[in-house]
Design a binder for this molecule. Structure first.
Ligand code: ATP
Ligand code: MG
Length: 383
């Protein structure tokens, strides 16, 4: 019978942590696989999937590979622990050319043949079948794995498929991702989900200056993030009143700086309302005027919870690579306006002094503007 073996990395598994980690991983796996029919079993530090429809095997592998916490997987033949059956399955899993070796693990010592001997014998049988193969014990192109379990069954497989690794979503607390329609913030979301964070998103939208397509674009990006973060709700905050007020009352070169501070305040309130302990942004040091150390200092100073910036040390090229890998890039580069592009100053301050920013901002009734924005939120749960 064909089965899928799922392995997780064991570094995180210390003491009580193990149950926490495993129950999150199992529930995330099941959640991601809910459209498939299969049987799920735990088997010392691995999970085994049996009785699935083989025509959707590739699709299932694609899903499992992207669940954070999964280290690797293999599609194996599960056979009775019987010499002939093991040989037959090993020949089926073997490559037909190149170099190979057989690697046996004998957990069941009742099986009479020692691992090394069995590997050598089965290797010989494979060579008889495929004369073009050569054995290479140290650096083979392919390895045929034979894993003799204690329950009278043996797994035989020829490939270990690497998965995303990371930590199961839900084991790393919860964060509010500030999601623009750009390239960076979906990547930042992915990075934190990879470390086990559950996510909720906030998007600032300046209708009618920014279009409904711009909002839809962000919801489409959230749908991509959901593939990795498993659940996500986007709070769409109307930002028009705040932007208009800044535009009217503050010098235009401070527009972006002050907008960022409002966004951060609102993100933090949403974090507190939703039991989240951090805010996440897609900032990368020096990328644009609002991402210099001075600008970040000015934005950060209104936050009282941790602000995670997982892309801070990344180049744009590196960010684009991940964006493409996670399938967000094509959506991110669609040309709709972002709220940051309206009332855009010709010369934004690149090194705002915090005291100057605070002074400029004092022309505004910050609390009232924040409260109005908080009462004008549309929450969209992506499904
Ligand atoms: P991105 O590609 O993520 O849009 P960017 O290079 O355009 O980033 P900025 O516009 O300076 O950079 O935004 C920096 C960060 O601020 C974004 O990564 C995002 O986390 C947050 N942000 C910017 N605009 C918005 C918005 N309209 N709604 C929510 N968050 C935003
Ligand atoms: Mg942007």
């Amino acid at each position: 019978m064909k089965v899928i073996i799922i392995r997780y990395s064991e570094i995180h598994l210390k003491g009580n942590n193990r149950d926490f980690f495993e129950s999150a991983l199992i529930s995330n796996l099941k959640n991601s696989l809910k459209k498939f029919k299969y049987e799920f079993a735990r088997s010392n530090a691995r999970y085994i999937i049996r009785n699935f429809d083989e025509t959707v095997l590739e699709e299932m592998i694609e899903v499992i590979k992207n669940v954070f916490g999964v280290h690797s997987l293999s599609v194996a033949e599960e056979v009775e622990t019987d010499y002939e059956k093991i040989s037959e399955a090993a020949i089926k899993s073997a490559p037909s050319s190149g170099t190979f070796k057989v690697s046996t693990n004998r957990a069941d010592k009742r099986f009479p043949i020692p691992s090394m001997t069995l590997s050598a014998e089965i290797g010989g049988k494979i060579l008889e079948k495929y004369p073009d193969l050569t054995v290479d014990l140290y650096n083979p192109n392919n390895t045929v794995f034979i894993d003799i379990r204690e329950n009278g069954k043996t797994f035989v497989y020829g490939e270990i498929i690497k998965a995303v690794n990371g930590m199961p979503v839900g084991t790393g607390g919860k964060g509010i991702i500030m999601l623009s329609g750009g390239i960076d913030s979906p990547v930042a979301a992915y990075m934190m989900a990879k470390r086990g964070m559950s996510l909720r998103a906030v998007h600032f939208h300046s209708f009618p200056y920014t279009s409904m397509q711009a909002k839809q674009k962000v919801l489409d990006l959230a749908k991509i993030i959901k593939k990795y973060a498993l659940r996500i709700t986007v709070d769409v905050v109307s930002f028009t009143e705040i932007q208009t007020a800044i535009h009217e009352k503050c010098p235009e070169e401070y527009m972006i700086t002050i907008m960022r501070r409002f966004m951060m305040r609102i993100a933090e309130r949403l974090a507190r309302q939703n039991g989240a302990g951090a805010v996440i942004t897609g900032e990368s040091l020096g990328q644009v005027a609002s991402q210099t150390l001075e600008s970040i200092t000015s934005t950060n100073s209104v936050a009282t919870i941790p602000v995670f910036r997982p892309l801070i040390g990344f180049d744009k090229d590196e960010i684009i690579d991940i964006s493409q890998k996670i399938g967000a890039f094509e959506i991110s580069i669609l040309p709709y306006e972002d709220c940051c592009t309206i009332f855009l100053p010709k010369r934004p301050v690149t090194k705002p002094r915090l005291s100057a920013v605070e002074k400029v901002e004092s022309a505004l009734n910050v609390e009232e503007l924040v409260q109005n924005a908080m009462s004008n939120i549309e929450s969209v749960t992506i499904d």
